[in-house]
Design a protein around this ligand. Structure first.
Ligand code: GTP
Ligand code: MG
Length: 202
C-alpha cells in the first residue's frame, strides 16, 4: 500500500465544490497545529505537497490530493484556532461538519490528536460529535516522537494516548481504531496506508 504518485487537485470552500469523480477519500481533521499537513506530506513522502507552518491556521480550505489516480487524501482546516475571530471559527466549524455529513465518498475521518500533551476539551468535543453522528473514524495520535515535558503535563505520549482513549470511550459503541504516528520519524506511516487500503476495499 505505497503512494506512487500524489497530486494536488483543488481547494474548495464548500462541500458542493469538491471533486465529483466519485473516488473514495479520507479526511485529516484535528486541532490547528496538530500536524495534519505534516502527516499528509509524510504519507506521500513529499516535503511540501501540503503547506505546513509553525503558526496555526495555515490550512483554510478543503484541499484534495489525488493518490495513485484512484483515491483522495483531504487536508482540512484545523479547529480551535484561538487567534481566529469568533465568526470565522463558527464558519469553519459549520463547513467541516457539513462536509462530514454530506460528502458521500468520504470513507473515514482520521481524527488527529497530539500525543505530546494531555487531551484538550475541544478534542473531546470533536470526538463526541463524530461519535454521536456515527461518522466512521480512526484516531491518529501525532507527535509521538516528542519527549515528555513538565510544561506539557509531564506524561509520555503512550500515557496521553491511553488517557485519551479512556476519556472518549463513552462516545462510541465500539472503540475506534487508532494509530500512533510521527511525521519526524515517519512512525505509523505504513500502518496508516495499509489501514486506508483495507477501508477502501470494503
Ligand atoms: P493547520 O493547517 O494550521 O490546521 O495546522 P496543521 O495541523 O496542518 O499542522 P502542521 O502540519 O502545519 O504542523 C504544525 C507544526 O507542528 C509544525 O511546526 C510541524 O513541524 C510540527 N509537527 C507536525 N507533526 C509533527 C510531528 O510528528 N512531530 C513533531 N515533533 N512536530 C510535528
Ligand atoms: Mg495544515
Amino acid at each position: 500500500a505505497q503512494v506512487i504518485n500524489a497530486e494536488f487537485v483543488k481547494s474548495s470552500a464548500k462541500t458542493e465544490e469538491c471533486p465529483s469523480d466519485g473516488l473514495p477519500e479520507f479526511a485529516l481533521v484535528g486541532r490547528s497545529n496538530v500536524g495534519k499537513s505534516s502527516l499528509l506530506n509524510s504519507l506521500v513522502r513529499r516535503k511540501k505537497l501540503a503547506l505546513t507552518s509553525k503558526k496555526p491556521g495555515k490550512t483554510q480550505l478543503i484541499n484534495h490530493f489525488r493518490i495513485n489516480d484512484s483515491w483522495y487524501l483531504v487536508d482540512l482546516p484545523g479547529y480551535g484556532f484561538a487567534a481566529a475571530p469568533g465568526e470565522v471559527r463558527i464558519e469553519w466549524d459549520k463547513f467541516t461538519k457539513n462536509y462530514f455529513l454530506q460528502r458521500s465518498t468520504l470513507v473515514s475521518v482520521f481524527l488527529l490528536i497530539d500525543a505530546s500533551i494531555p487531551a484538550k476539551k475541544i478534542d473531546l468535543e470533536y470526538a463526541s460529535w463524530l461519535g454521536q453522528n456515527k461518522i466512521p473514524m480512526t484516531i491518529v495520535f501525532t507527535k509521538c516522537d516528542k519527549r515528555k515535558k513538565k510544561k506539557n503535563g509531564g506524561k509520555r505520549p503512550e500515557e496521553n494516548v491511553q488517557d485519551f482513549q479512556e476519556l472518549i470511550r463513552e462516545f462510541f459503541e465500539a472503540a475506534p481504531p487508532w494509530i500512533m504516528t510521527s511525521s519526524v520519524t515517519n512512525q505509523g506511516r505504513d500502518e496508516i496506508l495499509l489501514h486506508m487500503a483495507q477501508l477502501r476495499n470494503y
